[in-house]
Structure formats: C-alpha cells, structure tokens
Design a protein around this ligand. Structure first.
Ligand code: ATP
Length: 436
C-alpha cells in the first residue's frame, strides 16, 4: 500500500536524511527544503532518469543548461511580466493571504475559515526580482527564472546553428526555477525554489497535434516504468477556458497525492507563440528554413514540463509500504533501482578482521559501478530494516563462511529472499538483478 498519510513520508524523509526543512536551526523557512544525503542522490537519479529517457535514448533531443538570472526583456517578450500572476486575496480577519483559485482551509492561521472575510482578488506576479551588479537601480533589475523554458527559446537559433538539427527536434533542460508562491505547502509539492525538467520539442505546425498526443503517452510511460502504478496516475485535459493564452491544448499528468489528484507535469501545445514573441521583441530571426521544400516557417512547440522535486515526492509516496516480515512490521520503500539512492549495501556480519577487509574489498568493487552503502553497525536484522526503509534494492552480506567458501549472500529488498553467490560472480549477479 502506498503512503496514505503525508506525515509518513515527511517523517521518514527527516529521520533518514532524504529531505530537511531549510534553515531549521533558525526556526525554518517554510517555503524551501534542503535535500539530505539520500535525497540529494535520489533527486539526481530522478533527473538522470529523465535525461536518459528524453535525451540519451533518442537522437532528436539535445540538452542545454541556461542561466537562472535573466534580464526583464526575456520576460517582457514571454508574457511573464504581464501574465505570470496568481489571484491574491487578503483576509481582513486572520490577516493571511490566500490564492483565490485554491482557497485552502488549512492555510488559515486561526483555523477558523468560516470567519474569514476576503478583499477583492488582485493579480500577484510570482517572479522574484533582484538586481545584477553593484548599483541597485532600475537598469540593473533582473529576475530569477520562473521556468526553465525561456532558455530554450532564447537559444533556439544558437542550438539550430550549432547542432544542425531539423524539426522535429527538441531542446531539454533540467534546473532550478523560482516562484514566489502565495501559499507554498504540502511538503515539497509546492515550494518557492524547486527543480524542473522541461523539453521544448519543435515541430512543423501540421504535425503539432500528433506530437502533442505522442508526448502525453511517452511521459505517462516514464512514470509507470519507474514504478508508479497506473492506478495512481491520470491524464486531465484542460477545458478551453482553463488554457493559457499561448496554448492550443494542455493536458496535465496527475498523481493521486494523499489529499487528492495533483499535477505532476503539464504537456502543452504552445503553438509558435514563444518563438514569434522572442523574434518580434529581439529583432532576431527565430524560424526554420526547410531546404527540401524551400519553405520557411516558425515551428510549433510541444512542451512536456515536469517538476523534478515534485516527481521525487510522488515516487516516494508510491514506493512507501508497510508489510509483515518474520512477524514484525517493516517499513519499506519499493523504489525502482534507478531511483534508489543506494543500489547495494555491503554488510559484514562482524566488525572484525579479516571479515571487514573482505567486505571493504567487495564494497570498492561494487562502488566502482554503483552508489553503495557500507554498514557494520548493529545486528544484521536491524541493518536489513534500515536498508529496506531507505529503499536499497540489494544487500550483500559477508559472513565467516565467506572466508572459506568464497561466496556471499545477496538479499532482495522486495521479496527478502536470500541467495548465496560466488564472489567471483558478484558484480554480474548484482548487475542482472538491478537491470544494468
Ligand atoms: P500549479 O498550477 O500547481 O501552480 P503550474 O501549472 O503553474 O502549477 P507549470 O508552470 O506547468 O506548473 O510547471 C510545470 C511543473 O513544474 C509542474 O507540473 C510541477 O511539477 C512543477 N512546479 C511548478 N511550480 C512548482 C512549485 N512551486 N513547487 C514545486 N514544483 C513546481
């Protein structure tokens, strides 16, 4: 059973070092989180799994890494300065500010929502503004990007020229984005600093609808392959009055969070809006000349835009389980091996030589290929529980017999089955079980 209660995951994350509240020693900073030793590795694995699927396993997508700071001109052209707003209302009773389209009783500091009295909604721009350089005047104003997408549009001509790609082709990017959310919350679901994984896939206009459908299916497959049950996912097409001004169609991939369905990723047909806007504002040509047909056109763009931090939360929730092993309840994270922070834990039965020398040697052999843990504290049963709870797929136990028979035990997290394998075959056996 996946986690039903958000607190199960929040507590596990804190206890085991996945996610910590930021600046906790100073009382916390509600809108951001820090990724601990396990969380930092898992978040990296989520992003790597995305790059593997969207860039590495294809021949039509390239990766870039654009700057987080950007001048106002970019967001003037993209429409963010005018339109990237949420409706804000003030409550004259509890003095709290709410997002008018997502009024949530849990946000009321007095917990007395019925008495709240709201002002008229006004547009609140979600971008963080700062200054570049030593003089904080208007000319130095710049913004932290609220999405990674604009870096792909402003570099469209650079990438085209450098790579000689032709539509259909994509530019992908993974990185931090910042939004001054009115009501951050639900753990790492909505934070003011977060990470995104976005693809801008440029296509001939006539093919846009087909690629839009293709990317919805493709992205859904990615979550399922990495372990989220299909029953916890759904595709929700936006109603016409819900569509962004640039969109000819948007579908959200939603996940069954403990409080209900929530967006994991949006897939939009953004038409030629972005390239047209940036061409108009910059005076640069942002189109494609097809030598085969002699036609010049502005490509349409299909954008699958996912949150890396939000996806990590969904993977954790879906992987969480409590079962009974040897009469005791155990907590286990059934994380896909690609996402698990550690792939293998090497556990010597005793802290004494010569067992530890052999265990260390095997650890080094495995760590050359995989992120591994080494643990020689406490009883073996407790060490298995600990690895189960942090989602390590395999444990390799080195015991006194290992010194004689040159074999070790591999224990599987999900089945708890144990098999004895010759040390000589260990790396191969681990590789066969992990799947790479
Ligand atoms: P929402 O309606 O929830 O505010 P959105 O539709 O504005 O989200 P997009 O602009 O489509 O979100 O962003 C793409 C993805 O980036 C989202 O599906 C989500 O996974 C992630 N994301 C957006 N805002 C946040 C945030 N504040 N914290 C964490 N992840 C976010």
């Amino acid at each position: 059973m996946p986690a039903k209660d958000l607190d199960q995951i929040v507590n596990l994350c804190k206890r085991r070092g996945y996610v910590f509240p930021s600046a906790e020693i100073y009382g916390g900073f509600r809108s951001t989180y820090d990724y601990g030793p396990l969380g930092a590795m898992m978040l990296r694995n989520v992003k790597d799994a995305w790059v593997r699927s969207v860039v590495q396993q294809r021949d039509d997508v390239v990766l870039i890494d654009a700057a987080i700071l950007a001048p106002p001109a970019v967001f003037e052209a993209s429409g963010h300065l005018a339109n990237f707003t949420d409706p804000l209302v003030d409550c004259t009773v509890c003095k709290h500010r709410f997002r008018a389209d997502q009024l949530d009783q849990r946000d009321c500091p007095l917990k007395d929502y019925a008495k709240c009295s709201f002002t008229e909604a006004r547009a609140f721009n979600l971008m963080f503004k700062t200054h570049a350089g030593p003089v904080a005047d208007e000319a130095a104003e710049c913004y932290l990007r609220p999405e990674t997408a604009q870096g792909m549009f402003t570099n469209f001509a650079n990438v085209l020229q450098a790579t000689r790609k032709k539509p259909p082709f994509g530019i992908a990017q993974v990185g931090k984005s910042f939004r001054n959310e009115i009501t951050p919350g639900n753990f790492i679901f909505r934070t003011r600093e977060f990470e995104q994984m976005e693809l801008e896939y440029f296509v001939p206009p006539a093919e846009a609808e087909r690629w839009y459908e293709y990317w919805i299916a493709e992205r859904l497959r990615w979550y399922v392959e990495l372990g989220i049950p299909e029953s916890m996912l759904r595709v929700r097409a936006h109603a016409p009055d819900e569509l962004s001004h640039y969109s000819a169609g948007t579908s959200d991939l939603e996940f069954a969070f403990p409080w209900g369905w929530g967006e994991l990723e949006g897939i939009a047909n953004r038409t030629n809006y972005d390239l047209t806007q940036h061409a108009r504002h910059s005076g640069e040509r942002l189109d494609y000349f097809d030598q085969a047909t002699g036609e010049r056109y502005v490509p349409y763009v299909i954008e699958p835009a996912a949150g890396a931090t939000r996806a990590m939360m969904a993977f954790l929730l879906a992987a969480y389980d409590e079962d009974i092993v040897a009469g005791e309840t155990r907590v286990v994270l059934h994380l896909h091996p690609r996402l698990a922070p550690y792939k293998v834990a090497v556990l010597p039965l005793s802290k004494k030589e010569p067992l530890t020398a052999l265990a260390k040697q095997l650890y080094r052999r495995l760590a050359d290929r995989y992120m591994c843990d080494y643990d020689d504290t406490q009883s073996i049963g407790r060490r298995y529980r600990r690895q189960d709870e942090i989602g390590t797929p395999l444990c390799v136990t080195v015991d006194f017999d290992s010194l004689e028979d040159e074999a070790v035990t591999i224990r599987d997290r999900d089945t708890t089955d144990q098999v004895r394998v010759p040390i000589e075959e260990l790396v191969e056996q681990v590789s066969a079980r992990l799947g790479w």
